[in-house]
Design a protein. Structure first.
Length: 136
């Protein structure tokens, strides 16, 4: 009788444990799902002070962001680029995303000459949708 009581207590100790492995698998799968489906914000490369505008429209497509610093440096995808190579960069990006539009983020103290250079390069690369980013 004593041996039956001992055996019963040993069996009871194993029934109270919960296996957390399946729950951790589900958590990792959800984490991977959210990472894969999240939208990453692309930045032009520098922070600019945008001019104000009376009318503004939000954009929600494939964007090629190009920034102009107050000193006239032109940045695309986080790297400074010579103004002679803007068109080739546009053409490369259009090969990846054919319906992309250009958004110029020019600093309010940057010269208009740089904006015109970018507009000319976009026209030469056959980009129809070009806009200038402003503060609301």
């Amino acid at each position: 009788m004593k041996s039956g009581l001992m055996k019963r207590r040993e069996d009871d100790t194993g029934t109270g444990e919960i296996d957390l492995t399946p729950m951790l698998d589900v958590v990792f799968i959800l984490l991977i799902f959210f990472i894969v489906t999240s939208v990453f914000i692309t930045e032009a490369g520098i922070e600019v002070t945008k001019p104000e505008a009376s009318t503004a429209e939000p954009r929600s497509q494939d964007l090629i962001l190009i920034a102009i610093s107050p000193e006239g440096e032109i940045w695309i995808d986080g790297e400074a680029i010579d103004s002679r190579f803007i068109r080739t960069r546009f053409e490369r990006r259009l090969a990846e995303t054919p319906n992309a539009s250009v958004v110029i983020q020019g600093d309010r103290s940057a010269a208009n000459e740089h904006v015109m250079t970018i507009l000319r390069a976009a026209r030469d690369a056959d980009i129809a949708n070009v806009s200038i980013s402003t503060e609301d």
